[in-house]
Design a protein around this ligand. Sequence first.
Ligand code: PGA
Length: 256
Amino acid sequence: MRERIVAANWKMNMGIDSGFELVDNISKLLVKQPAENVTVIIAPSFISLFSIADMIFEGDSLKYAGQNCHYEQSGAYTGEISAEMIADTGAEYVIVGHSERRRNFGETNEMVGKKVAAALRAGLKPIVCCGETIEQRKAGKQSDAVKTQLTESLFSLSKEDFANVIIAYEPVWAIGTGENATPEQAQEMHGYIRGLINKKYAKKMAEATPIIYGGSCNAANAKSLFKLPDVDGGLIGGASLKAADFVAIVHSFPEE
Ligand code: PGA
């Protein structure tokens, strides 16, 4: 069975104390109701990442991620954090190419590709975001848009490297809007992405690559998304900021 993943993307939310409290509460809930066969990842702000990742919480089943990284290992890049620095905290993952970074900080597919390479160099697993804008969907160009993103940022990786990649399909129009993709839209795109991986890397790889959904995924709609054959979990923004909601999402997979 493919790995199931639920990742919390806190974005620029939660201070040091509130972040600590949130992880503490999530851990306690997961001790009471363990998430069997689900990898649960938390991506706090960099300010909180080290203290949280270094701390042993009850049960301690959580994994950690950076929300972004620079592609160089070190140097004169004021304000930036390298993949190696993230790995130093004990984090094992990094989110790369989130649409907010593409839109607000001008990240191109080429830069995303360099960040993916940096993550792999540092031993981190990249969670690589892709997804179309509303204009692209209205023009029926959503598949082309996603194909271009994946081709330009991921598909030159070797098989060995690609095996460590997690893909997050996040339609831009669904992020933070309360309007999630319908199960049909999500399944169609996840199946399409899996088909692209099949063509590029062969069937075994396509079957093994986790493809998670993001964009207004919450405790109310997660079940209808996580039961889809090609949806392997979620990247959760707003609904990850409340422990009970987030843990409810973690428990939204169908019985095995
Ligand atoms: P959202 O964000 O769940 O608040 O829509 C998801 C994301 O941006 O990863």
